[in-house]
Design a binder for this molecule. Structure first.
Ligand code: HSE
Length: 428
């Protein structure tokens, strides 16, 4: 007897599954408690099926989801199509048909996860998605199982490989943003439309899912503030370097007395912080908690074999569960009422890059403006002065989100100054 899976889509990640089934066959069969076989594969057209067959992927290809739903021999549906539709409809139908589902679809789970989790519970089937966050890093089960006794206070993550690759090139090789993007596209990291990667949307999807596992709170995707790497200027990169930081796109979830705060923003990371060493396409999740303290989980956040390995582990967990006929439990059992933190409780140091005319007294006027909102400087740096314009960069002491909004608006409204950028600064 074998557990049969129905694959929805046969792209990069899906093609890693036959590799594992072949190369790691006996361990997978032993730990899953059964052989695992690819029963059917849903593709879009006969042309696609013929192309896959010519590449050595000789499966039972079907062109309608009904062929998988109606097949009683298929126990687990594995959705690897990505995006919202038709993936959402197909997953819903599979859950309603009493099939377990594995997915790697972060966009879908971040936005509609609660609905699908509810459907899985109603139909007493499992819905697992380890690969949806940071591909090959086993972070979701680590949070829900290995750290179940711990209380997590903050999660910081480098969660998008494409933008991390680009930033690494901009920091280490002084590449421009455009050159870094062209290279990321050439190497196949960024999509032809790289919006989700460079605007922080892809990382924000992962933050939404991490907040459920780390803090038991499902927050609306719209409540997660995101700013991408497309706003970073080469001056920011060089000043940050000069001051002992590297700029990373960091997902940040922290809990205060009033609730949780979640965002994805370009962040100055001190060079002695472990996240500063996460380079190229690699991802990492840095967890602060009352028990373990600080721990970091590092690895490939995308790619065929890493992501397929996480997907396969979900399939094996479900196979084991089927054999043991255990009670159906949600992938993440930690659930609390969602509460968002008050802006005045969330604090951090900030980097401001401000343009001013290069005249006497400008710096003290800027300091006075900051002082109006009770913000003091920890470091001040004048990056350059070109044709009478100076770029003044400052790093503040800790300020609240309320102060951040106030000073941002004040600089934007002032005649004397132009705000180039304002980025969060992590402590060392
Ligand atoms: N485009 C994503 C990245 C893939 O670059 O990390 C995984 O979500």
């Amino acid at each position: 007897m074998a557990v049969k899976i129905g694959l929805l889509g046969f792209g990069t990640v899906a093609s890693g599954i036959p590799f594992l089934l072949k190369e790691n066959h006996s361990k997978i069969a032993e730990l899953a408690g059964t052989d695992i076989e690819i029963g059917k594969v849903l593709v879009k057209s006969t042309d696609e099926a013929n192309r896959l067959v010519s590449q050595g992927n000789d499966y039972d290809f079907v062109y309608s989801i009904e062929d998988i739903l109606a097949d009683d021999s298929i126990d687990i549906v594995v959705e690897l199509m990505g995006r919202i539709e038709p993936a959402k409809t197909y997953i819903s139908q599979a859950l309603k048909a009493g099939k377990h589902v594995v997915s790697a679809n972060k966009d879908l789970i971040a936005v509609h996860g609660q609905e699908l989790i509810g459907l899985a519970q109603e139909n007493e089937v499992l819905f697992a998605y380890e690969a949806a966050v940071a591909g090959g890093i086993p972070i979701l089960r680590t949070l829900s199982e290995s750290l179940m006794a711990d209380k997590i206070t903050r999660i910081l993550g480098v969660l998008n490989g494409t933008s991390n690759f680009m930033l690494t090139k901009m920091v280490e090789e002084n590449w421009s943003y455009d050159k870094a993007l062209a290279s990321a596209q050439e190497l196949g990291y960024a999509e032809s439309d790289p919006t989700n990667d460079v605007e922080g949307i892809d990382a924000a999807y992962k933050v939404a899912i991490l907040s459920q596992f780390g803090f038991g709170m499902a927050i609306d995707f719209e409540a997660i503030h995101h700013k991408g790497i497309n706003v970073i200027k080469s001056e920011d990169v060089s000043v940050a370097k000069e001051l002992g930081y590297v700029i990373k796109l960091v997902g940040d979830i922290q809990e205060t007395d009033s609730g949780i705060w979640a965002e994805v923003v370009p962040t100055l990371v001190p060079i002695n912080h472990p996240l500063s060493a996460v380079n190229d396409v690699m991802n990492a999740v840095f967890v602060e908690s009352i028990g373990v303290g600080q721990s970091m989980y590092y690895g490939p956040g995308a790619g065929q074999k890493p992501t397929a390995t996480s997907v396969m582990a979900d399939i094996m967990q479900i196979s084991r569960h089927m054999l043991e006929e255990k009670v159906v439990k949600p992938f993440n059992a930690y659930q609390r009422q969602s509460r968002l933190a008050k802006a005045e409780e969330v604090v951090s140091a900030y980097y401001f890059a401000v343009e001013a005319s290069d005249e006497a007294g400008q710096l003290s006027q800027l300091a006075q403006l900051f002082a109006t909102y009770d913000i003091s400087f920890e470091q001040v740096f004048q990056a350059k002065s070109i044709e009478g314009t100076a770029l003044i960069t400052v790093i503040t002491h800790d300020i609240t989100k309320t102060q951040l909004d106030e000073i941002t608006a004040a600089i934007q409204n002032s005649d004397a100054f132009t705000l180039q950028n304002a980025f969060k600064v992590l402590g060392g």
